[in-house]
Write a protein that binds this ligand. Sequence first.
Ligand SMILES: [Mg+2]
Length: 346
Amino acid sequence: MKHLILFDVDGVLFDVSGSYRSVIIRTVEYYLKRILGFKLPRGHIVCGKDIDALKYFGGFNDDWDLTAGLLYYYLDLLDLPSGVLLKRSNDLEVNLHQLSRWKKEFRASAVPERIQTRRLKKFLENIPCRHRGLDAIIRSVGDKAKNLVFYGGKLESTNIVRRIFQEAYLGRKCFRRAYGLTSKFIKSNGAYLKEKPLIPKTVFKKLTEQGHTLGLVTGRPRSELMPTMDRFQMDMYFSVVVPVDVVWKEEKKKYQRTGRKISLTKPNPFSLVYAIQAAKGRFDSVFYVGDQPDDMRAARNVRKRYPKVKAIGYVPDKDRARIQQLKKAGACVVANDARSLFEILS
Ligand SMILES: [Mg+2]
């Protein structure tokens, strides 16, 4: 039996709780405190469960979108002063200056203690099923919140949320290498250095020795995927790699052709279809191993075209609620350690 085994990366190959997940929290808090000037309570105002709630809601495969979504939601809860109208400029300094003029007013505004996960979940439950991802949040919040979140457009000027995120994730050196820019907000080492493998290399080695073809299908850009793969010397085991750049390219092409913006990120099956076609082989089964409900939904969506695809959940922290969520989203089976995952796949 020869299988094509495709893996999601974040939360499956690598533990990203100290990297992407902590950068989401750091970016939200930095933006509220340093950019908008709010006085925040002690401790974190966002926790992992809030991130899980948005991931479960769906359409948040992109952590930049998720960060912006949390900011929109949080700002919508606040009693903001009226009359704040901020125009987007092509100059980052002009944008920051506009925002800084409101800092005094914001500092005096009431700030809730922290995001209450239960309230966030209720907010999400009330959004109609046909809307998912950042669009759904934007539709549900008021203009004041929308106006204050500088997200979208260029990292050099208007996309302040993404700039903070990338600076925190990459650190000074890698940020400069990736974008040719000097870090403006975050001066510490890149959070990517805190990533750790969740599956030992020997598992991939044994699976390839058994004749299976391995691949990666991830929401990470190639520029953030390959350094980590190199660092842990895992790149040689994966003959198919589909980073999010491939998805962005196709979205752009579709936009140029139709004038419509559509999302092809998971749960859309596009990246899985792309990987299966790139693998160019005959396989007895195709597995997609993921840690999020959208991974399971993507595998389910691809089955209309490739019925052999099976969704495998991987929850190494053994979180019971997430195991249930993955099963509900279409997982055939959920492994909670590397050994049981190997047994399922081999
Ligand atoms: Mg993941």
